[in-house]
Design a protein around this ligand. Structure first.
Ligand code: FES
Ligand code: FES
Length: 151
């Protein structure tokens, strides 16, 4: 089947199979590898995107469900010549660690700061609770969120 999705402001069309996830379509069909596939079952948040402005795990959304809707991926947060303030803050504070979980953290943080411009530590932990880091720690990520919130 053919789907048309507005991704990062651009209307894109591609063929998908009925059971294909939005994550697979973004990565393999549309050439947007920023969203990562780490569990494919909604556990890790590495595939986080905004679907019509709502944070979702793109591995749990069918591509067919996104037909006619708007998606923003980590590639679409900044401009081609300028990082998004959250991306800048993650880079500056050393919160970009393995790079695998980072895109999901960045998208979830941008979503949080859009809703709650100056979150507390507890609000950050709650908002990012669906995003897992498997190898290091969360302190630099907390630092990055506070830096981004200050901008
Ligand atoms: S790959 Fe989607 S939540 Fe882990
Ligand atoms: S820094 Fe990405 S999984 Fe640990």
């Amino acid at each position: 089947m053919r789907v048309a999705v507005t991704v990062n402001g651009e209307r894109l069309e591609t063929d998908v199979w009925a059971g294909e996830s939005l994550l697979t379509t973004l990565r393999d069909g549309l050439g947007l590898p920023g969203s990562k596939n780490a569990c494919e079952q909604g556990e890790c948040g590495s595939c986080s995107v905004l679907l019509d402005g709502e944070l979702v795990c793109s591995c749990l959304v069918l591509a067919a469900q996104a037909d006619g809707h708007e998606v923003v991926t980590v590639e679409g947060l900044g401009a081609s010549d300028r990082l998004h303030s959250v991306q800048e803050a993650f880079a500056e504070t050393g919160a970009v660690q393995c790079g695998f979980c980072t895109p999901g953290f960045v998208v979830a943080t941008a979503d949080l700061l859009h809703r709650v411009p100056n979150p507390t530590d507890d609000e950050i932990r709650e908002a990012l609770s669906g995003n897992l880091c498997r190898c290091t720690g969360y302190q630099k990520i907390l630092d990055a969120v506070h830096v981004a919130a200050g901008r």
